[in-house]
Design a protein around this ligand. Sequence first.
Ligand SMILES: NC(=O)c1ccc[n+]([C@@H]2O[C@H](COP(=O)([O-])OP(=O)(O)OC[C@H]3O[C@@H](n4cnc5c(N)ncnc54)[C@H](O)[C@@H]3O)[C@@H](O)[C@H]2O)c1
Length: 317
Amino acid sequence: MKILVTGAAGFIGSTTAELLLAQGHDVVALDNLISGRRENVPARANFVEGDCGDVELVRSLGHLDACIHFAGRIEPGESMKYPEVFFANNVGSTFRLLDALVASGVERFVFSSSCAVYGNQVEMPIDESRSIHPESPYGQSKRMVEEGISWLISCGRIKAATMRYFNAAGGTLAHPERHRPEIHLIPIALDVASGKRPFLEIYGKDYPTPDGTCIRDYIHVSDLAQAHALAIGALVSKGELVLNLGSGIGYSNLEVMETVKRVTGIDFEVRFSDRRPGDPAAAIASNDRARDVLGWQLKRSDLETIVRDAWDAHQSL
Ligand SMILES: NC(=O)c1ccc[n+]([C@@H]2O[C@H](COP(=O)([O-])OP(=O)(O)OC[C@H]3O[C@@H](n4cnc5c(N)ncnc54)[C@H](O)[C@@H]3O)[C@@H](O)[C@H]2O)c1
């Protein structure tokens, strides 16, 4: 198949593009490099630098069997400062992309959504039928696209899978996690372990959790990539999929910090500061639906393996 991967110079997009190439697909890697890096794009992919919302550019790519749409701005905190930028990019560009894809006859679309659409939930784990309460323009931008996609599906314009990721983590030697700016706990903790930052800051230690720090569900980027490849196949027979992608296990910030210290063998300073607005106490996925529908098997999503792989990849930087 010829598959368009938007955001292919980013963390999850580059890892998925690598997997698709290994499976024998042709990959067109589209990225405007606002936060991605050219060197992340797999060498065998056909790299096109540009905006996914450039209708003429997308239509010029020729026949495509499917599109996996990772491109987007990803920082919820930034979205509270510049919501218009997030809506223009994550919503505006996505619907122009869909316009171009539908006009070109592309039948299958996989969208990177986020657990941010659920907002602050109390009951864990969270399944896909849970109420939707985004708490940032970032989460809202994902929800707006989800709703638009549902209309395109019900109007018979495209088949699509909406993938609600929890915390993507881990990494491979070829594609380490390094966002610009980095906002994720594990790569920041690895920066501290390797002396690139002076201390690890943990936001809040008075949450209603066993150790008082936030609990998150970490999913290895290799397992995430696999779910996307499976979703492309599942869309042959299914018109719409909405799937949580998480490990189903929650780890507190302190547990992550301890794992990083153990795996690296390096002790480092940790400082606690106030809670960040909008950070839920816990976010843990129910992944039953993704496993049932896709036959998805998680191979590397235990915390020890995630941190070990992330550390190996981090040292290659
Ligand atoms: N990393 C996570 O834990 C996580 C969790 C939930 C959802 N997601 C979603 O997954 C997707 C990928 O995340 P990531 O961690 O790989 O982020 P990333 O920042 O590494 O990659 C995003 C890529 O999209 C590109 N991009 C942004 N806007 C673009 C546009 N208009 N046209 C073309 N390229 C554009 C950037 O240059 C970058 O290479 C995002 O949509 C994000 O919202 C990520």
